[in-house]
Design a protein around this ligand. Sequence first.
Ligand code: HEC
Ligand code: HEC
Length: 319
Amino acid sequence: MRSVFRAFILMGAILIFGLSVTSVYGMKAAQSDDVTAGGRLYDKWFAALNVPAPEGNHPIWERQTSNTRSGAETWRCAECHGWDYKGSAGAYAAGSHFTGFPGVITLADDLSAEEIVGHLQGSKDPSHDFSAYLDESSMKQLAAFLKDGLLDADAFIDPVTLRVRDANLKNGEKLYSSVCAACHGTDGKTIVFRSEGVDEYLGTIAARDPYRFLHRTRFGVAGTSMPIGRDMGWSNRDGADVLGYVQANFVTGAEQAQVGNAGAGSASAAPVGEPAGGVAGGILTGIAAALGTLGVSAFFLLGFVALGFVVVWVFRRRK
Ligand code: HEC
Ligand code: HEC
């Protein structure tokens, strides 16, 4: 009986040791390989390189009028070519991100890495020349990402419901709680994102823009210390499982779909099965919260006044 018990303890110890070694190793491996580095450049190259964004709009931006963003955003590969890498043939086929610009997923297959670097130097279109901002090694990393880091989003995400297909929620939960919860909290609300003036949480982003979520789970967020799925050895399926777990369990706020509209950009972008009265509910919650805060302040104020009276009263009596 005791030896069985000891064996259990030993096995437990070995397991914990093994897990900690792999997780430390996983974090260390963050010296990104070219594909990962390219994925981060694709997200926001000026944040990844820690340089200021260029002034004004990208020169190609004036070829369209439908996407009304301006400045730094217009210089991001992802803003023109999409988080699903399909440009106007994917999630950006409509909605506020629509530009009509092409995706990179089919082209990147046909082009060699050298041709992609050439295109980033303006060989095909002088306006698509990034050589004033990106050196050759960054361009090679982008080419490596475009050649080997893309995925066909439709294999993981249903483009109509924006939900992950066949998510393994157990696997998603395991990965989320072992890595992501430390910063984002067990409900995904610890870090609050401001997106176009609206407060967002992990759950609302997972529902509204699952493609961006998946890209960032695979490659981290350029310019932050968020762990990089790819460097931890996660497969694309692992990333999708985490996304599916977040979609299924966290507050997704159906009302956000109308406000932000970044995902599919069509009416079908509203996540299925969410309550419709989200906006009214949100307003009521807001009012309730405001009243609550007022109540608490009033309580404290009264407390202070009462304390003041007591002090004055005590001093008066002493005289
Ligand atoms: C302002 C919008 C815009 C931005 C930003 C942008 N592209 Fe493009 N890209 C285009 C357009 C439009 C095309 C179609 C061909 C052309 O006119 O250049 C294109 C084409 C491409 C192609 C295909 C080349 C070919 O043979 O047709 C690749 C690869 C590419 N872009 C990669 C990138 C990468 C990597 C970045 C980020 C460093 C990026 N693009 C940033 C608009 C943009
Ligand atoms: C070390 C802390 C940390 C951990 C661990 C972490 N994150 Fe993050 N995460 C961040 C920070 C910081 C940001 C950027 C916040 C901002 O943009 O304001 C972020 C942003 C994100 C975003 C981007 C939201 C958007 O606006 O597009 C997603 C998606 C995300 N995290 C998912 C995850 C997932 C999934 C995991 C687990 C693999 C994870 N995070 C683990 C710190 C962390």
